[in-house]
Design a protein around this ligand. Structure first.
Ligand SMILES: [Zn+2]
Length: 76
């Protein structure tokens, strides 16, 4: 059963994480192999996810620094 680009966009995360039926995952793969638009979409999603996780790591650093400083101040 063929799926549409909209269905790919909606179900991509679910299917990537192993959700849905084997047939659903198969038709997603088949669609991705043929559809440039969805290949671009998947690449963009991946980039966004990598950017977000990089941002999260940066955001954590100053907070841990502040915590360390606070612990240091209190210990004196
Ligand atoms: Zn598509």
């Amino acid at each position: 059963m063929a799926i549409t680009c909209e269905q790919v966009a909606r179900r991509l995360t679910e299917l990537e994480e192993g959700g849905g039926s084997a047939a659903a995952r198969l038709s997603l793969r088949a669609h991705l192999a043929l559809c440039r638009r969805c290949q671009r979409y998947v690449a963009q999603m991946k980039q966004v996810r990598e950017t977000l996780s990089a941002l999260r790591e940066e955001a954590v650093a100053p907070a841990s620094l502040e915590n360390a400083l606070e612990t240091f101040r209190r210990s004196r």
